[in-house]
Ligand binder design. Structure first.
Ligand SMILES: [Zn+2]
Length: 226
C-alpha cells in the first residue's frame, strides 16, 4: 500500500464544522447526563499529563477519560525544561493547588520532534528546543550508536527521552517539596504506540526523592533560612 494512502484525510474538517461539532458535543453530553456541565463548575483532576503536541495523542481519548479528569500540558516532544515558565506554572498549579496524585510524561513512538533531533538538519527556531533531546542522545550515545535501523533508533530515543523528562520533573523544587509534604504524589513515564493505541508503562514511576541521586536532592529548607 502506498504510504500516502495512510495519511488521515482531514479535508472534511472545516472551520464551521468545528462549531457544528461543538453543538453536537453539547447535545450528546447533555443527553448522557443533564448535569454534565454543572459537574464541571469546579475541577478536581487527579492527573497531570505532560504530553507531545502531536495531534494523534490526545490525553483524554488515549485514556478513555472525560473533561475534568486530566490536567494537560503539551509541547513538542513532551519536554520538561527547567527554564520553561509555561511548564513550571502548570506543574506548580497542578501539584500545589489541584493536588494531583499522578504526573505522567507521555511520549509516543514515531515522534517527529525526536526524529528531527536525531538528524543534523537545521529546522529553524525549534532547533533550540530540540537541542535538549540531543543532550539526551549524548547521555545514551553508547546504546543508541549501536542501533543501525533509523526507526528503531528514534523509538528508543523516544523512550529514553521520556525517562529523562520524568527524571527532570523529579529534580524540580516543585516535586521535591511536594514529596516532603505528602506521599501520594507519583511521577510516571509512558510511551504511546500510535500504530495500536497501546500505552507502554516504562516502569520508571517514582515517589521517592532518595532515588534522585546525591547532587539533585534538595534540603527541606532554603539555604540561609533560620
Ligand atoms: Zn511527538
Amino acid at each position: 500500500m502506498c504510504a500516502k494512502n495512510n495519511i488521515h484525510d482531514t479535508s472534511h474538517i472545516t472551520y464551521q464544522g468545528l462549531l457544528d461539532g461543538n453543538e453536537k458535543f453539547i447535545k450528546n453530553a447533555l443527553a448522557n447526563d443533564p448535569d454534565f456541565f454543572n459537574k464541571l463548575a469546579v475541577q478536581n483532576p487527579p492527573v497531570l499529563w505532560i504530553g507531545c503536541a502531536d495531534s494523534r495523542v490526545p490525553a483524554n481519548q488515549i485514556t478513555n477519560t472525560n473533561p475534568g479528569e486530566i490536567f494537560v500540558h503539551r509541547n513538542i516532544a513532551n519536554m520538561v525544561i527547567h527554564t520553561d515558565m509555561n511548564m513550571l506554572s502548570v506543574l506548580d498549579y497542578a501539584v500545589n493547588v489541584l493536588k494531583v496524585k499522578h504526573v505522567i510524561v507521555a511520549g509516543h513512538y514515531g515522534c517527529g520532534g525526536v526524529a528531527a533531533a536525531l538528524s543534523n538538519k537545521q529546522f529553524g527556531l525549534i532547533d533550540n528546543w530540540l537541542r535538549h533531546i540531543k543532550d539526551v542522545y549524548r547521555l545514551y550515545s553508547h546504546e543508541l550508536d549501536r542501533i543501525s535501523d533509523t526507526q528503531l533508533k528514534v523509538n528508543r530515543l523516544v523512550e529514553l527521552n521520556v525517562i529523562e523528562q520524568a527524571y527532570n520533573l523529579c529534580k524540580t523544587t516543585i516535586i521535591q517539596n511536594a514529596w516532603k509534604e505528602r506521599s501520594d504524589l507519583e511521577v510516571h513515564g509512558w510511551v504511546i504506540d500510535i500504530g495500536t493505541g497501546l500505552v507502554k508503562d516504562l516502569k520508571v514511576s517514582s515517589n521517592d526523592p532518595q532515588k534522585l541521586g546525591y547532587v539533585y536532592e534538595l534540603d527541606v529548607e532554603l539555604a540561609g533560612a533560620h
